[in-house]
Design a protein around this ligand. Structure first.
Ligand code: ZN
Length: 413
């Protein structure tokens, strides 16, 4: 059932990055509200939802109507970890208090007033198939499971960190005892240059573990493997932006940026961002020449579409009898259609023609049963011309890649 807090909670402190004094008040909220930040100094509500994430390199920043709130992940983790679904968080600054660098002070404040349940069921996201994303030796995936479990591995070239791996089934009790107390951490040689750029201005040994090649500057660690536990805490906060998740998440060297990409992928694959009806409103293509079933991610300059390749595709009849292989040119067509949706969505509809293709590589045949994940990036756009780069994946390996140009015909009367 959906939960909220029993009463108001006030917390004061300074922001980790901006070091400004800030006052924050949690207030109970009715079912289906979700987690909503309210910038009382600006009069703007910012729901903690993935579509409002505008920055995720070092921390999570949310924005709505040009108003931002940054470094929200430790609060989100506290709420998700304790299973709280609905709460309004009033704040008079653009960054919440860092407190001790963990989620524990938020959890303790919440437990002091207590949690109350409603009679409306939680909305849970529970993938039925594995989903994963990876980049540059980092990866994160989810496997079906009865409840939320997280397995995380990190590796940093510092003697006191090295390789750490931990796995927990996340219940409120486990979260409170094993994860919430784990503090944020940084490496001294990285912190100094970041401070010059305006980060970690409120950071100190009271709210962060500071690691050097020669050892850890803090007097005590709360856990021998506190850094990996903090990564689990961050991940719980990050993925809560798509809701309450059921499944076994396995992360290797992931961080906020990849966590957010992963969360978008999970949400997109489960809920979709555009279905076949939406696609047909935008594209003039129809069966048997519509080569995209669903759009699962769309943001500025990037789109991901899905095409399920069935044995009944008409081209398999002759290409080739007894050994069906999807024609390479149709893979290019699928890329162009997905790219066309990104391009045309700016104009609401219309036509776009392929004007040029280059750097085409086919890496392995596509056969009946394959699910194509078509990722297209906008490389350059100039009025009626869009240059794009695309990759098609099957089971996370590239089957085809290309660059192409789409051109929109001039408007005719
Ligand atoms: Zn963190």
């Amino acid at each position: 059932m959906q939960n909220t807090i029993k009463d108001d909670i006030g917390i004061e402190g300074v922001g980790l990055h901006n070091a400004k004094k800030v006052r924050l008040t949690f207030r109970p909220a009715p079912p289906d509200t979700g987690i909503v930040f309210i910038r009382v100094d600006k009069g703007v509500e910012i729901p903690a939802r993935i579509e409002n994430v505008v920055r995720s390199e070092r921390e999570i920043t949310l924005e709505r109507d040009g108003v931002r709130i940054c470094t929200v992940e430790h609060i989100l983790a506290a709420l998700a970890g304790l299973g709280i679904d609905n709460v309004c968080i009033e704040i008079d600054q653009d960054e919440p208090p860092v407190v001790d660098g963990s989620s524990l002070p938020f959890c303790e404040a919440i437990l002091k007033v207590g949690i109350t349940s409603t009679d409306l069921p939680k909305k849970e996201i529970s993938p039925q198939n594995p989903i994963w994303v990876e980049e540059e030796g980092k990866s994160i995936s989810i496997l079906p499971d009865q409840s939320l479990r997280i397995t995380y591995s990190i590796e940093f070239p510092y003697p006191d960190v090295g390789f750490q791996s931990a796995s927990f089934r996340i219940t409120p009790e486990v979260f409170l005892a094993e994860i919430a107390p784990a503090r944020t951490f940084g490496f001294l040689d990285e912190i100094r240059p970041l401070q010059e750029k305006g980060f970690f201005k409120g950071g100190s040994l009271d709210n962060a573990i500071v690691i050097t090649k020669d050892g850890i500057l803090n007097k005590e660690m709360r856990f021998r493997d506190e850094p990996v536990r903090h990564k689990i805490l961050d991940l719980i906060g990050d993925v809560s932006l798509i809701g309450s998740i059921k499944g076994h998440i396995v992360a290797t060297r992931s961080g906020h940026g990849l966590n957010i990409r992963f969360a978008k992928r999970v949400k997109g694959l489960i809920e979709g961002v555009m279905d076949i009806n939406g696609i047909q409103r935008l594209l003039p293509h129809r069966y048997p020449f519509l080569l995209v079933d669903r759009i699962v991610e769309m943001e500025k300059g990037r789109i991901v579409g899905v095409k399920n390749v069935s044995y009944n595709e008409p081209f398999f009849m002759g290409h080739f009898p007894g050994e069906p292989i999807m024609p390479g040119v149709l893979l290019i067509e699928a890329m162009a259609q997905v790219g066309g949706i990104l391009f045309l969505s700016a104009f609401n509809k219309g036509m776009a023609y392929l004007a040029e293709i280059e750097r085409v590589r086919f890496r392995r045949p596509v056969v009946p049963g394959d699910q194509l994940l078509v990722e297209v990036l906008m490389l350059r756009v100039r009025q009626n011309i869009a240059k794009m780069g695309a990759r098609i994946y099957v089971d996370n390996s590239i089957v085809a890649e290309a660059e192409f140009t789409l051109s929109r015909p001039r408007e005719t009367k």
